[in-house]
Design a binder for this molecule. Sequence first.
Ligand code: EPZ
Length: 421
Amino acid sequence: MEKFIIEGGAKLSGTVRISGSKNAALPIISASLLAEGKTVLHNIPDVKDIKTLIRILEYMGVKVRFERNTLEVDPSGIYRYTAPYEFVSTMRGSICLLGPLLAKYGQARFSMPGGCLIGARPIDLHIKGLKKLGVEVLIEEGYIVGKTPRKLKGSNIFLGGNFGSSVLATANIMCAATMAKGETLIEFAASEPEIVDLAMFLKKMGARIYGEGSHCLRIEGVKNLKSVEYSIIPDRIEAGTYILAGYLTRGSINVKNVVPGHLFSFLDKIEETGVSFKSRKNSIETVPSGRWRSVDVITLPYPGFPTDLQAQMMTYLSLAEGISTVTEKVFPERFIHVAELNRLGANINLDGAKAIIKGVDRFKGSKTMASDLRASAAIVLAGLAAEGETEISRIYHLDRGYENFEQKLVALGAKIKRIKS
Ligand code: EPZ
């Protein structure tokens, strides 16, 4: 296994180019199964989650070519419609294959994704929506088995759960509805930029979708969808991670290839801590500042504060002046990073789904272990700001969602290296 060794304290400055969004790429690659012919996708990040999805598609008989961030998908040779446990358990996001498989091929047999370190990952909303469209769903021996005895039929679907909207349930139901007979209304749909990107991709293929970006989608079913060429949006979570790296190391990082509008709630919260940044059409540049103020953060579905930046924000607030709170309303158990941050000198206490963070003067380097994608990014950020050396083991978690992570950090002046342990 590999680990990172970070010599903390270096000021990071310069320009970093943000890669394509992993969470836009996964549903869009899956949706390309709906097309007749070969789809060409650009700006696809070269990260482990994408490679896992490619392995599942190849297992099904789909032809896939992935070179220099361009991915070609040709489903004409597909002969299997199942995703075994060993694939799905390593990447829950593969659940977004369900909708396209059922809409186009009328069948799917998928391992239940199971929970992960950020909490239980139920799929009741996915199943509810698919059933409303006419899919027959069975759960047998840990697998979801879906069949469509007849063509899917449009329906009115309320897709809100106890924690609000669901990103991948919205992706699945929107995909399935594009080829259903008649009209589908999805109430309390997710409005994340990744869902908007998926809708734009499907509309380019000929789907009739209205309301993307709002919580109410209307989809008129069409007979078939054509294969297209498409470039996906930048990764707003990667961008937020580098913006925080700028403040934490008191450097000025110009984060390029971002859509500032995708980071509105995050930037608003950062501004509330008393630091500033220069926002341009497709870049955000951090302005080095002294000590920032504590704030209260509550994670919510988009356009609220993104849960995927909660861990990284906790690292940032650990060095703030005063006491901050972080309340996790999307994944209430998403605090696996707290123990590791405290080992680096943070002072964080948990009270259910709320973390109380007492600002400290500094992090002190230590041996740590990565555990979940975003929690691991939070530890890297702490290591960059810490005094002394930080070692992070099991960094394969980071490779799932951060393209060329250490190379981008070294280019900004970080003292970080990957070694085999
Ligand atoms: C997507 O996961 C992202 N993953 C997650 O990013 C992200 O944290 C999450 O959306 C929230 O923004 C991908 O896009 C691949 P949800 P998803 O369904 O769709 C509950 C990362 O680090 N829920 O929006 O699986 C659920 O338990 C990953 O890149 C149900 O109750 O998340 C949660 O509390 C981590 N029933 C809330 O909804 C369901 O059927 C939001 O989950 C589905 C979800």
